[in-house]
Design a protein around this ligand. Structure first.
Ligand SMILES: [Zn+2]
Ligand SMILES: [Zn+2]
Length: 348
């Protein structure tokens, strides 16, 4: 058998060539001369087949991945060792060096290549929405019949920052587009309705609140008939705070705790705990504040009643015996709240 190329005879020809000629013409890798990739200048998302794909890679890593994908390995070679290197960046062009090493027919073959990877900088869809101030949801944070406290505002701002940071990896529209502070409260504009809804629920978890959503049609796409909706979410924080006094369905009570699911209150007559759902919030009336609690003295006890001094007029008041009075001694200082001309003993 004779080699097609040099005419030498060889025992085993590879594709009609002797070993020397075969190795001379062998190219381990096929690499395009110009490789390009489009990435978002803001978030490094990558454009693939016309679609933006989120990528959490650094620019160098993106270049290496694109290069890897562009390299074709000759089927006649098995598992070549490949080394990639970015020699330098010239503007948006990465000059790359590739080295491939194989051992074939007892010989080590090393081949060197160079190519360019061009990084086209563009702006992905979520980032261009963000840049243009696009929003899908507005949370209107208000407090019922009062102003928001500094603590509530600071906590909410902090909560929003953390929540969006957590959501951003999965939802590129989880951003705060705008914040408007007004006398009656704060409006927060969110890129996606999902992120806005989630924040609204987190605010409710934190403070307790009444949430109401109202979607509004903004525009209608004439060709598809699909509408663009924006959702306004009213988040109303309760008028009362923990330890304030309320009336609910004829029960006069002190608020013991507030959570996202309910309000727990203690009946001031029976000292029994009961819960109120947020949907019944409008049936709650605030009767007094925790800073209106006064101190007075227990002056006497009988089997069915006890007496205290009215902390304002110092008249003697007689009240039916209850748990707190039983557990107090004559002469003790006790806490009372005056509601609608009646006094109630309060736990310390
Ligand atoms: Zn030959
Ligand atoms: Zn982007």
């Amino acid at each position: 058998m004779f080699c097609h190329e040099c005419g030498d005879s060889d025992d085993e020809l590879i594709e009609g060539l002797c070993k020397d000629c075969f190795l001379k013409q062998l190219s381990i890798l096929t690499i395009p001369q110009d490789i390009s990739v489009t990435v978002c200048a803001h978030c490094n998302s990558k454009l693939e087949n016309g679609k933006w794909k989120e990528s959490y890679l650094l620019e160098d890593e993106i270049i290496y991945r694109v290069l890897e994908n562009a390299i074709e390995i000759n089927q006649l070679t098995k598992n070549p060792e490949i080394e990639l290197e970015i020699l330098q960046m010239r503007g948006t062009i990465a000059e790359c060096y590739i080295e491939a090493k194989i051992t074939i027919y007892g010989r080590e073959v090393i081949q060197k290549y160079e190519t360019n990877v061009r990084l086209n900088k563009s702006v992905c869809t979520p980032c261009s929405k963000r840049n243009s101030g696009y929003y899908e949801t507005v949370i209107q944070l208000r407090a019922d019949s009062r102003e928001l406290t500094h603590r509530e505002i600071a906590k909410t701002n902090d909560l929003i920052k953390k929540s969006l940071a957590n959501q951003f990896e999965k939802d590129k529209l989880a951003y705060l587009a705008q914040k408007t502070e007004m006398k009656e409260g704060i409006d927060y504009y969110f890129g996606s309705s999902k992120s806005g809804r989630r924040v609204a629920n987190e605010i409710k978890e934190e403070f307790g609140a009444v949430i109401k959503e109202s979607p509004r049609l903004i525009t209608q796409d004439k060709s598809t008939g699909k509408g663009l909706y924006r959702v306004w979410i009213s988040v109303r924080l309760p008028n009362f705070q923990v330890n304030d006094f309320i009336e609910f369905k004829d029960k006069i009570a002190q608020v013991a705790s507030v959570s996202g699911s309910k309000i727990i209150a203690i009946n001031l007559k029976t000292f029994e705990e009961f819960s109120i759902q947020w949907r019944d919030y409008d049936d709650i009336e605030v009767l007094g504040r925790s800073n209106e609690i006064l101190k007075t003295t227990l002056i006497s006890k009988s089997p069915n009643s006890f007496q205290i001094l009215n902390p304002i007029t110092y008249e003697v008041i007689e009240l039916p015996l209850n748990k707190i009075a039983i557990n107090s001694n004559i002469g003790d200082e006790v806490n009372v709240i005056g509601i609608e001309n009646e006094f109630y003993l309060i736990n310390n």
